[in-house]
Ligand binder design. Sequence first.
Ligand code: HEC
Length: 462
Amino acid sequence: MKPQLEFTGRDTAARREILMTRSYWRFLIAGAAIASMAGLALPAMAAPPSDWSAVPTRTVKLFYPGQSSYDWLLSSEHKRADKKVAEGDACTKCHEDEETDLGNTLVSGERLEPAPIEGKNGTIDLATQVAYDAENAYFRFQWKTHMDRPGQMHDYIRFDGEKWVFMGGPRSSEKVRSGEEPALYEDRLAIMVDDGSVQNFAAQGCWLSCHNGMRDMPDEAGADAVKAHALLGDAGLKEKDVRKYLPVSRTDMPPSWDKTKSAEEIAKIKVAGGFVDLMQWRAARSNAIGMADDGYVLEYRLSDDGKGPFGWNVDRKTMTPKYMFDASKVGMKSLTVADIGDTGKPFAMINGENAAPYDPNAGWKEGDVLPGRLLSRADAKGSAADNGDVKGSWKDGMWTVVFTRRLNTGHPEDDKILEVGKAYTFGFAVHDDNVTTRFHHVAFPLSIGFGAKGDIEATKVN
Ligand code: HEC
């Protein structure tokens, strides 16, 4: 409907209609302004392409990286390449088209993987399409899963006849390897973005964030040591383990987990944009409410400001659930052990949708199972809730994830703001088949241009 702005006739009905049309447009424009001020996606105009077939597909080869930490890359074991990596050379300068060889060598345990997972694939083909309009970047990813079902069950708790206990875990854990617990861990797709502010990220990508001392890496830091650390531990971030960090946040090289710069110095680096944006689509903890989480990497892997899509559905001290399923809505108050893997059953506890307050006297039986996580779209807020239009569906052995990311999230303090006419460095990773930490598949970094040159040139839509 186009507003008719000129009125010449005398017919009052026509005049009224035109005035109504005008006010309708004013209403729409005001609505759009309010929506964009409130940080909501604009209606109708800005939407993912309805037909993706017009957007070219680039197959990004993800490969298994094992324990190829930045420390290892800078060591003499990385044959004569250590100095080149220190100088900032790109991985692909020497490893172009070697993803399949690297992945197969490392996943087998031949090199840099002390605890291989049997039967795991060395590579994953990530079919990637990118589009954009004036508001958003749109990504469509497709990949085949190793399992013949979606990995969307995560942090479950089981009633053992007396109390609730955690159930399952990632394939790398001892209790799953030994068969004591089932493999239960969500599938994930991670996206890292930099705008050129992080030194060497365009050449070396996520390896800059991967170090000895981290979880499941060589010389893993113990909980006591981390808790005692002034910046990362009880007096600071309150962490018990070490996760991703960038070299710029440390005082030595290779950057040790405990040699952090001061909080003031790190705050300055953050204000200057010296962090990497990290968004994760999670098959269990975000997909059920159409979201992805939003974080960044600098001195640690941190969540953006605000509240993300998920929290706990269990008090971890008393192991008391907060919610059970609302039987009037989903036909059951809980799952059972036998329902694991049954995609016809509810798999996520969603506040305000399928959850009812936990009733300790509901006649719990041994083998009853509840999700230990609680999802909520309504409670998500701030920069951590930026990714509110991300939808994944699993069919015939394949995930298809359509990810909308506002070009300008309005949160430059912990996001990379994208601009039309520029290119950015992206790193992609997939956690497939009940794994976490290093047991993922990763890509060498690539550039994506939005109305600009890049390894991938995003297609303009809308
Ligand atoms: C100057 C060339 C050069 C650069 C730059 C380089 N590498 Fe290497 N890389 C090598 C060589 C040579 C080997 C040893 C291959 C062998 O022993 O067969 C190697 C081995 C590896 C291996 C062990 C796999 C194996 O089969 O031995 C990994 C993993 C690896 N590089 C990752 C990377 C990453 C990630 C980067 C970027 C941060 C990188 N490399 C940058 C030359 C390079």
